[in-house]
Design a protein. Structure first.
Lengths: 278, 286
């Protein structure tokens, strides 16, 4: 039996997604127990890994770039080299060991997608500022940033087959199933929500669990009393030599989805490389 | 193990905190049936003697503990209904509660907090060194509260309330109160770190910061004392009769009042002057 994480990156004009994925992989290596720290990377140009000092943090590298942008994630089930996989967004960071929760998923789930996220202050997010189409169309509030699935699963196969179809024909699906409020883009979260709704499996694949707790740093859902463009306009993000992250006055212990891509600086990468080398 | 209640009072030119502490002590003693101690200064005691309150204080309080008059730090604007007045804020030595309390387990309360039931007795059983008031609850509607009644600043931690604080004499409590003192003494520095306004010292802020630091800078998973039911200083205590406090509640803070009454729920009465004025008769009977 194999378990591992899966990260998708694609060449982008202004954002170095490989750097983000590298930071995430380093944080996984630095915090997760042996056997729970494997990382596979899906990338459209394998040669870019030569720029990394420790490309070995990616245990498997899959060259694949058939879909534009983030749409490739709809193919996660096909591309994952693991028996059990957690697919993550690249702009995330692990800050402590969560291995024991993975055992729970392996024993109990074929497919699990979280339906909650948290502010940097630890409050559950109820604000639907970025999710009006979910509310209006009564879709399950799914977050694809942490998707657990079993490779050998009919449920997961059926789900991802439909997700791929939605990704290939977004207008057709949104015209039919998101009439009350159409999103500008049918992203992975929307595709997941639609697929689970159409298949009627929302309660089977997404229910309340204490894990994963993912801090979602989109600015308008932090319960600030005013509008915000960036969280970092209002609070500092302090990453230290122990690989610990404090945001404002709050030590972060959960998984952080930092959203602001320029957080993963060369300096932060260096700090994590130092730790992983030790 | 001894259990008791502690109240701080330092009179100023506008508010007779001594009277308020007697009223608060009367209800706390009646409903919690625990001894009560008062922390005050010599000038407040002198005023009690002058105004014939000291003999009542001696009867109501288990111990009267003398403290140096706190250093004046800032003024505070209080309302008495629509009227406004400015008072010097002197209630900034709460950090000394750990050292001064004569009890093994102490409920520290504000002198404008009126205890009308025995619910807080249950909280003495909780094994947690320091338990703060979780939040305030407006008697009318939370819409009358501002963001800064709920958080110490726009980007920082939740506001906990030092209106009610239960603590024991453990080492952790001692560290906690030392930390409250450190925050008090370095209020400007902490205001930069936690982004709260340093203009007016607030015990609630110092206690909230100390708790957050003690908890490792993560949101607390702790016990709290019940949310503090509060009438604002824009509300007016209309009368006190037959153990019932009747208030004129300023619905939208624009002098549109309606009546409501409280008789069995603990109540934080922020309009100090009307509390003093309307309970004069009660004081006479003590």
């Amino acid at each position: 039996m194999t378990f591992g994480y899966l990260i998708f990156v694609k060449t982008h004009d202004s954002i170095d997604y490989l750097q983000l994925a590298y930071g995430l992989a380093l944080s996984i290596k630095n915090t997760q127990q042996e056997g729970y720290e494997k990382v596979a990377l899906v990338i459209d140009d394998k040669s870019k890994l030569e720029t990394l000092k420790s490309s070995w943090v990616f245990n498997e590298v899959i060259e694949w770039g058939e879909q534009a942008g983030w749409d490739g994630r709809a193919w996660m089930h096909d591309l994952s080299p693991w028996d059990y996989t957690v697919c993550l967004d690249s702009d995330m960071l692990f800050l402590r060991d969560h291995s024991h929760y993975i055992d729970y998923f392996i024993e109990n789930c074929e497919l699990y997608i979280p339906n909650k996220s948290y502010t940097f202050r630890g409050e559950e997010i109820f604000n639907d500022y970025y999710r009006k189409s979910f509310t209006a169309n009564d879709l399950p509030n799914l977050y694809s940033f942490f998707t657990f699935f079993k490779k050998d699963s009919n449920l997961a196969s059926a789900f991802f087959d439909l997700v791929k179809n939605i990704t290939l024909y977004p207008k057709e699906f949104s015209n039919t199933f998101m009439q009350k409020c159409k999103p500008k883009i049918v992203g992975t979260d929307e595709a997941f929500a639609l697929a689970s709704n159409i298949l009627g499996i929302s309660d089977d694949i997404s229910y309340d669990l204490d894990f994963p707790k993912v801090v979602h740093l989109k600015p308008m859902i932090q319960n600030f009393p005013w509008p915000a463009n960036l969280v970092s306009d209002h609070v500092g993000l302090y990453f230290d030599t122990e690989g610990c992250l404090k945001i404002g006055n709050f030590q972060q212990l959960d998984i952080v989805h930092y959203v602001e891509k320029d957080f993963m600086t060369n300096e932060n990468i260096s700090l994590m490389e130092e730790i992983v080398w030790k | 193990m001894t259990e008791g209640i502690l109240i701080y009072c330092f009179n100023n030119t506008e508010v007779d905190y001594a009277k308020m502490s007697l009223i608060s002590a009367y209800f706390a003693g009646k409903n919690l049936k625990k001894p009560i101690s008062l922390v005050t200064d010599q000038s407040t005691i002198d005023w009690m003697i002058t105004s014939d309150l000291y003999s009542k204080a001696e009867r109501l309080f288990d111990k009267i503990i003398l403290q140096e008059r706190p250093r004046y730090t800032n003024n505070r604007i209080l309302h008495n209904g629509p009227a406004k007045y400015t008072v010097p804020f002197l209630n900034n030595t709460r950090y000394s509660a750990y050292e001064l309390s004569p009890y093994d387990k102490t409920l520290l309360i504000d002198s404008d907090f009126i205890i009308l039931n025995d619910n807080l007795n249950e909280y003495f059983k909780i094994q947690q060194p320091v338990i703060l008031g979780e939040s305030i609850q407006d008697i009318y509607d939370d819409k009358r509260l501002g963001y800064l009644d709920k958080f110490i600043s726009e980007t920082s931690i939740k506001m906990r309330w030092a209106t009610t604080v239960l603590f024991d004499k453990s080492e952790e409590s001692e560290i906690f109160f030392d930390l409250v003192k450190t925050v008090y003494e370095n209020y400007n520095t902490f205001s930069s770190i936690f982004r709260f306004s340093p203009l007016q010292y607030r015990n609630d802020v110092s206690f909230s910061v100390a708790e957050h630091i003690m908890n490792g800078f993560i949101p607390a998973s702790r016990y709290y004392l019940p949310s503090i039911l509060t009438t604002l200083d824009r509300d007016i205590l209309h009368s006190f009769e037959n153990n019932k406090f009747t208030f004129l509640i300023d619905e939208n803070l624009q002098e549109n009042y309606f009546l409501t009454a409280i008789s069995t729920q603990n109540i934080h009465i922020m309009n100090k002057k009307s509390l003093i004025d309307r309970t004069d008769k009660l004081l006479d009977t003590l």
